[in-house]
Ligand binder design. Structure first.
Ligand code: IVH
Length: 684
């Protein structure tokens, strides 16, 4: 549903109604602006904000006497600008304000804008088309080629100093290829893959997950501790400077080329068009391609290509006259909710999921969306039979938007929150301070099943062949009841499983057997202690060296370890205090599962890849890109996503594109997958 549909036509409003609506919209937009710009935690989708903003603009135009000087339409970011930043980041004044862009939502509006621009410029213009990267704006100041300050946009006049954080972003050059003094602007964003990894890790560690890559990028950049930013793998594209004279070029497309020469990361999808009518092809092209891009885009930015004309046209207080943003319509679909199911996770959390008629959305077929927790379900009031809007948060996670009440079946009932566990039927509890509903029965079959799946999973004991289906069968055939039973399984027992030939039985037994030799951090991860993911497990293993030492450690000692903290320490203590855990550990020891930390840091500094800046591109055959990246990083290489003059090596698979072209242009060494295998001596 288009959010604009809910508004009464302006001509039907009385003066008092218009006044009330303007006041409500201003409050609402101010609040949403604050959530978006200051708290990195918006409560509404961008398109909802945009529709309400457009409504306010239209109302103020129809009733100029009601337009307030402090209206959100009169300054860049809404929000309380006088508030001191509670996080303590220093404020930075932008000598040249960081403007926003005017938005349009249709090709017709672009054509209209072109008419005005042509008139103002006195002649037809060429335009440089760029992707509108969905991140947050950054200003970078270089003095004699050295990065001296990085700041966020803030309200456009005053931003926050994030220099130390930005210095951890490998793609951003700390020193330019020429000793220029210049301020440049661009976007900091998080790649879809990095976003998915971060959320997976946060979920594993029991932390709240970010709603979309933009929020994740903003939250990661606006940190007091640069070490946190460093771990978040942020990326950047630079696209603008107010000091074109420093660059000595005449067009925006050449600005981008100059940026590239200077060592900046620059998006390579820009295109110069001779007249505005050609914009449609570009928009169509990226409407299709956007789902497959490794980063999020929310539109296309049109810029007058001629910099003299840009200069002549200048800016209004808020937006430039030489540029405009076309925003993609929200990718939304309507579907019908057929069921709401409740699943019990490994830690007993009971989660509702909406099961819907399948629809295509942003490149994939979707039929399920998490409804997160009972509060969320009640707030949305999703009922069986309801027609709902569905979108993808951050282009990735399917999410129910709103219920179309007009289409609700007359007999639809509010969905009841379960009182008993759908798996073991024990009474569910609301733990104080948590939104989650939990089953606290340690014998709950669903929790045991999820615990086993987790135990065998790749980051944990890495038992190949022991996925959810096999675990389900082992449980239903009573071949296992708890984790330690895995180590007593025999080949002949396994041959009784569905689709299990002798070979698979043999392989699985071998895989289980091999897992006994794992270094203990895998076992610590596999135990599934609340909040302890693979990373924390590694830190704990390196510190305690043996599972028994961790088991016997006091919460205080655990909490003191760098990267652990009190909450996790308490969870660990609580976990090991349980009697059933004590017997599980004894049983695992009897089955000769290794309890020692065997991993030593063995980065051989003489290996070919050590300390090299490497970019991967194209399709690989023997490796996946994340695997190769992980291998390289373990061996001391620095893997980044775009080729710059600082890149030492490009590893190129098949179907390569612009990265190879660029590497060749810059004279960077390129090797293929086979060369990598030879040089690394690494087998998969
Ligand atoms: S040009 C003076 N180019 O979109 C205007 N902005 O909605 C300078 N954005 O504040 C901005 N991609 O954060 C420009 N290729 C691009 C962009 C871009 C994303 C962001 C930028 C800007 C916002 C406006």
């Amino acid at each position: 549903m288009n959010p604009a549909d809910q508004f009464t036509p302006i001509e039907d409003l009385t003066f008092t109604q218009a006044q009330a609506e303007i006041r409500d919209l201003s409050d609402e937009l101010t609040k949403w602006g604050r959530e978006y710009y200051e708290e990195d935690n918006p409560s509404v989708e961008d398109y909802v904000y945009d529709a309400h903003y457009a409504r306010l603009v239209a109302l103020e135009k129809a009733y100029p006497s009601l337009a307030m000087p402090d209206s959100p339409t009169q300054h860049v970011a809404a929000g309380n600008q006088t508030k001191n930043d509670s996080r303590g980041l220093q404020k930075v004044v932008h000598p040249v304000p960081m403007l926003s862009l005017g938005d349009v939502f249709s090709i017709q509006e672009l054509l209209d804008w072109d008419l005005v621009t042509t008139k103002n410029a006195g002649s037809q213009q060429k335009y440089n088309l760029e992707l509108k990267i969905d991140g947050l704006a950054i200003s970078l100041r270089y003095e004699n080629g050295r990065l001296i300050q990085a700041s966020t946009r803030g309200d456009g006049s005053i931003g926050e100093n994030v220099t130390d954080n930005v210095k951890t972003i490998t793609e951003i050059p700390k020193v330019l290829n020429e000793p220029l003094t210049i301020e440049v602007r661009g976007e900091i964003y998080m790649r879809k893959e990095a976003f998915a990894d971060l959320n997976r890790q946060r979920d594993e560690e029991g932390k709240t997950i970010f709603a979309n890559p933009r929020n994740a990028a903003a939250g990661s950049l606006r940190q007091l501790d640069p070490k946190i930013t460093a771990k978040r793998h942020l990326s950047s594209f630079i696209y603008y400077t107010a000091q074109n004279d420093v660059l000595g070029v005449n067009t925006q497309s050449d600005v981008l080329e100059r940026f590239r020469q200077l060592g900046f990361p620059v998006n390579s999808s820009n295109k110069v068009i001779d007249r505005m009518t050609e914009v449609k092809d570009y928009i169509d092209e990226y409407t299709i391609k956007r789902d497959n891009l490794p980063y999020g885009i929310d539109g296309v930015v049109v810029k007058v290509n001629d910099l003299d004309v840009e200069n002549e046209l200048g800016n209004t207080v808020k937006i430039p006259r030489w540029s405009i943003a076309y925003k993609f319509p929200p990718e939304e679909a309507l579907t019908v909710v057929r069921d709401i199911t409740w699943t019990v996770g490994r830690t007993g959390v009971v989660t509702p999921t909406a099961i819907m008629d399948p629809v295509f959305l942003a490149g994939t077929k979707v039929k399920r969306a998490s409804l997160h927790n009972p509060d969320y379900l009640q707030e949305k009031d999703v009922r069986i039979g309801d027609t709902v809007t569905l979108h993808k948060a951050g282009d990735i996670i399917p999410e129910v938007g709103q219920v179309i009440l007009k289409k609700r079946p007359a007999d639809a009932q509010a969905y009841p929150i379960p009182v008993y566990c759908p798996s073991c039927k024990s009474k569910l509890v609301h733990v104080q301070g948590e939104v989650a509903l939990r089953c606290i029965n340690p014998e709950c079959p669903a929790q045991i099943k999820e615990g086993l799946i987790h135990f065998a999973s790749r980051n944990a004991m890495n038992i190949d062949g022991l996925g959810p289906r096999v675990v389900e069968q082992l449980l239903s055939k009573n071949l296992i009841r708890k984790i330690s039973d895995l180590y007593a399984l025999t080949e002949s027992q396994l041959t009784t499983l569905d689709k299990f030939a002798d070979l698979s039985s043999k392989n699985l037994i071998q895989a289980i057997d091999r897992s006994r030799q794992n270094s203990v951090e895998r076992l610590i991860t596999a135990l599934g202690i609340r909040g302890v993911g693979a990373k924390a497990a590694k830190v704990l293993a390196a510190h305690f060296k043996n599972l028994r030492n961790l088991q016997n450690a006091g919460a205080e000692e655990i909490a003191e370890i760098d990267g652990v903290g009190q909450v996790m320490a308490d969870a660990i203590r609580q976990y090991f205090n349980s009697e059933s855990v004590a017997s599980l550990i004894n049983e695992l020891e009897n089955f000769q599962v290794n309890f020692d930390y065997l991993t030593t840091s063995t980065v051989d500094e003489k290996n070919y890849f050590f300390n090299k800046r490497i970019v991967l591109t194209g399709k690989l055959i023997h490796w996946t890109r994340p695997q190769m990246q992980a291998w390289l990083e373990e061996h001391g290489a620095n893997v980044s996503s775009s080729v710059s003059s600082k890149t030492d090596l490009l590893i190129a698979g098949s179907d390569v594109g612009s990265k190879l072209e660029r590497a060749n242009k810059l004279g960077i060494k390129v090797i293929n997958e086979q060369d990598f295998i030879n040089l690394s001596n690494a087998k998969k």
